[in-house]
Design a protein. Structure first.
Length: 403
């Protein structure tokens, strides 16, 4: 089995995913991908005809993001027409799943050089646009005890005794870490500014970071999921699945949940031979990767199990990992991950996470992989584990080792 190496990783800044005032709302998903694909080509003096495949995660693959956006982005970015493209969807981990699929194809010898990543323009193609039977077909929804993710997050917090103040403290720290990372230029190597067709700047930094966030300021925000839980009956659905819970405490809100965002990211992966042809020294290697299924009602508890699965596959333990990137879908998610794995909160999301910078669904996994790589190089550490919880009860994880 060959090794799969990471040669480069780039991303756009994350814009606020609102049509009314998001900085990237006027930028199409194809433009976001053109930005990152062009950067990879130029930074690496890449002959695009040598790229075997482009694999992109995209969750709401309809409208402007439909019709295999990966292939369309290849054409739009001016890559060689012989480069194919394929879109994948594993909900929130789609961008990391794309990287894992690429790694598997490279390790198996099918491909030598692959670009993977993802995109989501949530201001232009809102979450839920694609629909799906999970929430609409009662024959599935009833058996799976379907509830919206916010109810699942509040259920997690209730079951594990996480208070509103606990969650708000983690969230304020996410903003402070992100602000410090930006102030110190920690993202500079990977960020590619977005420009308009005239070359004028549109966005050059993550738009959602609030350096002044505090426990007190977050404490003034109203819980987001009370109405859907109590008025629309989803609390009772969750309690039916978890009868030990008498009442769900609604503790998540806009300030301790991931921000809706626009963004794109791409990672250049390949074999050692491909690197030699490129004249590129690898920055890291993919050690192990995998996904798991978990209970679909609570749905957000999978990252610890996914981490244990890939660690076992690699013959490693949590103690062998120097850095953890755990997607902050809701504040309860990284809290439970650290509790179940023993990972240190100080080693987890040291540069902030999606609560501070946003979660462009299809892109976030690839963003986290690039963030982990940059942080390993900055600190001189050796290993990182990247993981995301996934809708309908799944999780994906990847172990990265700096070269």
């Amino acid at each position: 089995m060959r090794e799969c190496y990471v040669f480069d990783a780039v991303r756009t800044p994350r814009g606020r995913g609102r049509k009314s005032d998001g900085a990237l709302a006027a930028t199409t998903p194809l433009e976001l991908l053109k930005t990152t694909l062009t950067a990879l080509r130029e930074r690496n003096q890449l002959d695009t005809a040598t790229v075997d495949e482009v694999i992109l995660g995209c969750v709401e693959a309809v409208g402007e993001q439909g019709a295999d956006i990966a292939r369309l982005a290849v054409l739009y970015a001016g890559y060689d027409q012989r480069v194919p493209g394929v879109q994948v969807n594993r909900f929130c981990s789609s961008g990391l799943e794309a990287c894992n699929l690429a790694a598997g194809q490279i390790r198996g010898g099918f491909y030598d050089l692959v670009i993977a990543g993802g995109v989501e323009s949530m201001s232009r193609v809102p979450m839920g646009t694609a629909g799906g039977a999970w929430s609409t077909d009662p024959r599935l929804a009833i058996d799976a005890h379907f509830v919206p993710q916010g109810i699942s997050a509040d259920l997690m917090a209730t079951l594990h005794g996480y208070s509103r103040r606990d969650l708000d403290a983690l969230s304020a720290e996410s903003h402070h870490r992100a602000a410090a990372a930006w102030a110190e230029g920690r993202f500079a190597r990977s960020i590619v500014p977005v420009t308009d067709p005239l070359g004028l700047g549109v966005l050059d930094r993550d738009e959602l970071v609030r350096p002044d966030a505090t426990i007190e300021s977050l404490g003034k925000l109203a819980p987001s999921f009370v109405e859907m839980g109590e008025k629309f009956g989803f609390d009772q659905v969750a309690i039916q699945r978890y009868p030990s819970v008498e009442r769900i405490a609604h503790v998540h809100h806009a300030g301790n949940s991931s921000g809706i965002a626009d963004g794109a990211a791409n990672v250049l992966l390949g074999s050692a031979e491909a690197g030699q042809r490129l004249g590129k020294r690898p920055r890291a290697r993919i050690v192990a990767a995998g996904s798991i299924g978990s209970e679909p009602c609570i749905m957000l508890t999978g990252p610890a199990d996914a981490a244990h699965k890939v660690l076992a596959r690699a013959g490693m333990t949590i103690a062998d990992i120097d850095l953890f990137e755990v997607n902050e879908a809701f504040a309860a998610v990284p809290m439970l991950f650290c509790e179940r794995t023993g990972a240190s909160p100080e080693q987890t999301n040291p540069n902030g996470g999606a609560i501070a910078m946003g979660h462009p669904l299809g892109a976030t996994g690839a963003i986290l992989l690039g963030t982990a790589l940059d942080e390993l190089e900055r600190t001189g550490k050796g290993t990182a584990l990247v993981t995301l919880c996934v809708g309908a009860g799944m999780a994906t994880a990847t172990i990265l080792e700096r070269v």
